[in-house]
Ligand binder design. Structure first.
Ligand code: ADP
Length: 236
């Protein structure tokens, strides 16, 4: 067994809400191995976003450890965290988060503009490759509002992958899509996980999307309650 790329060890996180505290994670532990595709499944409010925010160095745990590529990242200073996110992690969100005044090509280019070592021709090559990978090469000069929901999410996937991250985190990426499009997006993420050997963690409240997923982790009330082989894993 290879060393995990991500380890959460007994992670706790609570938020203050008025006079009370909401316990979003109550001792969550999870390992993700390099190149693994994992679905995190649980109902709304079960702690999925909070867990992804811990893995993605967006937020800090109250206690417990978060190891990324062997380093403890739980309590890094803000700039260290930002650097780590830019270098190692791609993010995909439920509401796509595209910049409306930029076209498809420019949206995918954005994360590369803060990578100073990349020259212009290499940047163009990477953007073209990312657009090809999500089958949007012919849409490079469209604005996002001319695209369907599924196409917008494919732009967001290209933007997440264009920096060649080691890890992609997708927080309910299919929640705003119809069921057929949602299945296509999951299939596309699985295809890119295999072809690019990127570690993927995606969250969903929709059990019906699990058909081809190899590993399905269930979360309930802030703890991992089941971690098993999904139907996609048995078929493989
Ligand atoms: P999920 O992604 O599964 O819907 P979340 O991680 O968003 O779950 O939320 C888990 C719990 O933590 C919920 O009860 C939610 O209301 C609460 N929560 C999440 N973020 C905050 C916050 N910033 N402030 C207060 N409560 C929060």
């Amino acid at each position: 067994m290879s060393t995990p790329f991500v380890s959460l060890i007994d992670v706790h996180k609570s938020y203050r809400l008025g006079d009370t505290r909401v316990h979003a994670l109550r001792g969550a532990s999870l390992d993700l191995r390099p190149g693994e595709f994992t679905a995190l499944v649980g109902p709304s409010g079960s702690g999925k976003s909070t867990l992804l925010n811990m893995v993605g160095c967006i937020d800090e745990p109250d206690r417990g450890s978060v190891l990324l590529d062997g380093a403890d990242v739980a309590h890094l200073p803000d700039d260290g965290r930002a650097r780590l996110r830019n270098e190692k992690i791609g993010f995909i969100f439920q509401s796509f988060n595209l910049v409306p005044v930029l076209d498809v090509y420019e949206n995918v280019e954005l994360p590369l503009l803060i990578q100073p070592r990349l020259d212009a021709s290499e940047r163009r090559r990477r953007i073209r490759q990312a657009l090809d990978d999500v089958h949007l090469a012919d849409f490079a000069r469209q604005l996002p509002d001319r695209l369907s929901g599924g196409q917008r999410q494919r732009v967001a996937i290209a933007r997440a992958l264009v920096t060649a991250p080691r890890l992609v985190l997708a927080d309910e990426p299919t929640a705003n899509l119809d069921s057929a499009t949602a299945h296509h997006i999951v299939d596309l993420m699985i295809e890119l996980n295999r072809s690019r050997a990127v570690t993927f963690l995606f969250s969903t409240h929709d059990e019906k999307l699990m058909g081809r997923v190899a590993r399905v982790v269930h979360i309930s009330d802030g703890v991992i309650v089941d971690d098993g082989i999904g139907p996609g894993g048995r078929a493989a």
